[in-house]
Write a protein that binds this ligand. Structure first.
Ligand code: HEM
Length: 149
């Protein structure tokens, strides 16, 4: 399990106001990058996507994460929903790098290099992988439980 450093957590929390303002723009840009790969696009439900629901949900999750990165217990119900949805749609550990490679450049594109500095992006990189490792572990367990049942 990777953990973000206290310094990275402080930076991520400080980006919450920018995320609140530009979150949907960021996640919309992220999906545009992510869906350049048809195998990844196929995992997503088209209806939720085209209604703008999925970018809104992800933006909400990212903002809640930025605010609670040092109080992860607050995120437990949200994490459970993500895990359930990911398991329903067949998300696997090997998909996580694609989202990282789409999300971080989207943050840079939308916020611009003066706000999304190298330091901010590195902090978000640490934060992303901390949450990804939590999700990956919980999803692996859920897949195992499903096989056992
Ligand atoms: C840290 C990384 C991630 C976060 C924070 C995240 C967050 C979320 C959230 C908040 C939802 C909506 C849950 C709900 O319905 O309430 C969701 C759904 C989903 N996620 Fe993720 N996710 C991550 C990684 C991934 C990855 C790596 C993939 C696969 C490429 C993926 C694919 C999906 C799919 C297919 C859905 C269902 C979408 C739909 O309803 O159409 N996610 N995720």
């Amino acid at each position: 399990m990777r953990t973000a450093s206290p310094h990275a957590m402080t930076i991520v929390k400080s980006t919450a106001p920018a995320l609140e303002k530009h979150g949907v723009e960021i996640t919309t840009a992220m999906y545009a990058r992510l869906f350049r790969d048809p195998a990844i696009e196929a995992l997503f439900d088209k209806a939720a996507q085209s209604s703008g629901e999925q970018p809104r949900r992800l933006a909400g999750a990212i903002l809640a994460y930025a605010r609670n990165i040092d109080k992860l217990a607050n995120l437990r119900p949200a994490v459970s929903r993500m895990v359930a949805r990911h398991v329903e749609t067949g998300v696997k550990a090997e998909h996580y790098p694609y989202v990282a490679e789409a999300l971080l450049p989207a943050i840079r594109d939308v916020l611009g290099p003066d706000v999304a500095t190298d330091e901010v992006l590195a902090a978000w990189g640490e934060a992303y992988w901390m949450l990804a490792d939590i999700l990956i572990a919980a999803e692996a367990q859920a897949y195992e439980d499903a096989v056992a049942a």
